[in-house]
Write a protein that binds this ligand. Structure first.
Ligand code: DGY
Length: 312
């Protein structure tokens, strides 16, 4: 008998195929009546497969009394109520490491794009302005500048490696100092003060909500840039938009937003912001690897083995 696993939304095609083959998939996203679906699934659903922004809140977890494992596709588990899972002894897994390089590439491209204004200069070119208006304005060099990493985890370290190859100096702040060859700052404000670019790579969730607000952006100052590849919730967006508009910081490179995909349209008018639609890990190769890890965790659990990447 294949174990019953609820799938919250349609996922990466190859992952979906494997999930369909190996488990008795109960597709929550196809249910016309969600409550009726959950009531019917409750006596048999032992697994829950969640995907990027489609997580599991306490209400969903509580509706499934037989739930043993939540296998999440994504490294960030802020969309899962971990306390509710922990209280019930439900295993939660994620898909770390396999996405580090892609997310770090994205982060580095935001640094380059926001400082050198490549997207804006390309738009200038496509508008036919080169001949009529002359050369595009001068921008800011990346080499020699300091990158301050807020939350130096595995992704932060992959970013540091790339930034060093571009001639940047690295500093960081974590709650606890790490054994790394980078200068440590005791708090986010000091890190921002010491950095030309503040790279936000903390986890999302309540603990880091609005960690970057007016005091951090003031410390970064009018020549400083902020890049966020973590979660929109880590930056106070209202304050960020105001600081960008008033040029109280030089620019922002953002892959993540508070209310995705309904991004605050005020961002779109800002010439000093480079905006991506949360594409940090979005390559075929990386998504395949993330999906395989999600599947492997379910396979391991349902064959009585320890899961590979347990969060709680
Ligand atoms: C992740 O893995 O957490 C990415 O942000 C996709 O949700």
């Amino acid at each position: 008998m294949k174990p019953d696993v609820i799938l919250v939304t349609r996922v990466f095609p190859r992952t979906q195929e494997i999930l369909e083959q190996e488990f008795n998939l109960l597709k929550l996203y196809e249910a016309a009546d969600r409550d009726a679906f959950l009531k019917e699934a409750a006596p048999r659903a032992r697994g829950l497969a969640t995907y990027t922004a489609w997580g599991a809140d306490a209400r969903l977890i509580d509706a499934l009394p037989k739930l043993e494992i939540i296998s999440h596709f994504g490294v960030g588990v802020d969309v899962i109520d971990l306390a509710a899972a922990k209280k019930r002894g439900i295993i939660v897994t994620n898909t770390p490491d396999v996405l580090n390089d892609c997310v770090a590439d994205t982060a580095m491209s935001l640094v380059l794009n926001v400082m050198r204004e490549f997207p804006q200069s390309e738009a200038f070119m496509r508008s036919g302005y080169w001949a009529s208006r002359g050369a595009y304005a001068l921008t800011t060099s990346v080499g020699g500048k300091t990158l301050g990493i807020l939350g130096l985890g595995r992704i932060g370290e992959a970013i540091a490696k790339r930034a060093q190859a571009f001639g940047m100096k690295i500093r960081y702040h974590n709650r606890t100092k790490k054994n790394v060859p980078f200068a440590y700052d005791p708090d986010p404000v000091t890190l921002a003060r010491n950095s030309a670019v503040l790279m936000v790579t903390t986890p999302g969730g309540k603990q880091t909500e609005k960690l970057v607000g007016a005091s951090v952006l003031d410390a970064l100052g009018p020549r400083g840039y902020v890049v966020n590849i973590s979660r929109g919730s880590v930056i106070d967006e209202g304050v960020l938009i105001q600081y960008l508009r008033e040029r109280r910081i030089a620019g922002a490179g953002l892959d993540v937003f508070e209310n995705e995909p309904d991004v605050n349209p005020e961002f779109f008018a800002l010439q000093n912001a480079v905006l991506y639609p949360h594409v940090g890990s979005s390559t075929n190769e990386t998504r395949l690897a993330m999906g395989m890890l999600q599947v492997e965790n379910l396979r391991a659990h349902f064959s009585g083995k320890p899961v590979l990447t347990r969060v709680v």
